[in-house]
Unconditional design. Structure first.
Length: 384
């Protein structure tokens, strides 16, 4: 059992709570893994086909298929690259769909920063005077760009990358197309007996990096700035100590902040706060968790409704163990598979607000789309 699991006193205090209650948690699980497998640590193992698993040793320098150690390692790195690009492409697609829905007037959102919408519109060649029609067109343009063929040059990279870098990328053959097609090409390439050359695999990794940043993360972040405002430096609170058990606390958790912003808007209504008071709580608060909380915190001032950020994904079991979390609303990314046991012990309702989230034993899933819309707290709040 580790003595100290965090630089944060609140996390250490909550660790002692779960340890005493013998509840599964990340610090104990990490510790229990002990010394890691040397083959896995060095990337010299592979199990992607039925001829494996294979391991590279001095006596056996190739897998059963014939791939060497360098190829095996780089193919493993490429698989990880593909997962990263896929997850960000998923997020960018949801931003695009939210822009479209906002333009059509079917979300609770408006365009908070028109300059960011204009930046995106400029790259996409959209000249539409009406801001909502422009948001819809930009959303559709982003969606289309994600499927740009890999034989073409990404419009985002072409518009936004420095000329000196584009020249090098063209020479190396790593100027990417759209994220979705790049994922398809890279996944195909990294199957058994397709690309076993560590050099071309490494180049594909670089190509994935360019596609991820310019082709996906830039439209994703600029789109969120357009929807929710551009982040500005300001004071905010980050710690498990912001959880007050006198309030109903809803924690939007994940990477995509649509539900979180919709929740804040809904919770600002006096009738919602009165309902919480009628149930015996002091009110209802939205408390950010991991990247979703960070996306919210960097754009929202601390208020009576939005009170800050609990911490990163490693904190989520310790946050729930405070007993102050009524609803843990899980959007895309970073809801750990062991949450149900912790949630049951400390009285938290788990609600998946993304169709890609799957936590064994979770009782609730909302139909998730790009329109936002808050889940309804269904538990009586604790008042002590
Ligand atoms: S792809 Fe090659 S190294 Fe990997 S499991 Fe199959 S045979 Fe073994």
């Amino acid at each position: 059992m580790p003595e100290v699991v965090s630089e944060h006193d609140s996390v250490n205090a909550q660790y002692r709570v779960v340890a005493e209650d013998e509840i599964t948690n990340v610090a104990d699980r990490f510790d229990a893994q002990g010394n890691r497998c040397k083959f896995c640590e060095t990337g010299l193992r592979c199990s992607i086909c039925s001829q494996g698993p294979c391991r590279i040793t001095p006596k056996n320098p190739r897998g059963a298929c014939g791939i060497d150690g360098a190829g095996m390692v780089m193919r493993g790195v490429l698989h990880q690259n593909v997962m990263g690009l896929a997850a960000y492409t998923h997020h960018a697609r949801d931003v695009a769909k939210t822009l479209i829905a906002t333009g059509q007037g079917t979300t609770p959102f408006t365009i908070a920063d028109e300059s960011k919408l204009d930046l995106l519109a400029g790259v996409l060649g959209i000249d539409e005077p009406d801001v909502l029609a422009r948001a819809e067109a930009v959303g559709k343009g982003i969606l289309e760009s994600l499927s740009q063929d890999s034989s073409e040059e990404s419009i985002w990279v072409e518009a936004l990358a420095p000329e000196s870098r584009k020249k090098v990328w063209r020479e190396l053959g790593i100027f990417p197309g759209g994220g979705l097609i790049e994922i398809m090409d890279a996944t195909t390439r990294s199957m058994t007996n397709i690309d076993g050359d560590y050099v071309s695999l490494a180049k594909t990794c670089l190509r994935m990096g360019i596609a991820t940043f310019y082709g996906v993360q830039v439209p994703l972040e600029m789109g969120q700035d357009a929807l929710f405002g551009t982040p500005t430096p300001h004071e905010a609170k980050v710690d498990l100590g912001i959880l007050d058990p006198e309030y109903i606390n809803i924690l939007p958790n994940g990477h995509e902040p649509f539900m979180g912003f919709a929740l804040v808007q809904a919770a600002e209504a006096e009738e919602v706060q009165q309902k919480a008071r009628d149930l015996g709580a002091k009110g209802l608060r939205i408390v950010g968790s991991i990247e979703t909380g960070q996306e919210m915190m960097q754009r929202l001032e601390t208020s009576d409704v939005f009170v800050g950020l609990t911490g990163n994904w490693i904190c989520q079991e310790y946050a729930i163990a405070t007993g102050a979390v009524d609803v843990f609303a899980m959007d895309m990314n970073c809801s750990i598979p062991s949450l149900a046991e912790v949630a049951e012990k400390y009285g938290t309702r788990l609600v998946a607000v993304s169709h890609v989230i799957g936590v064994p034993g979770m009782p609730s899933r909302t139909s998730q789309n790009a329109r936002g819309g808050p889940p309804t707290p269904s538990r009586t709040p604790r008042t002590s």
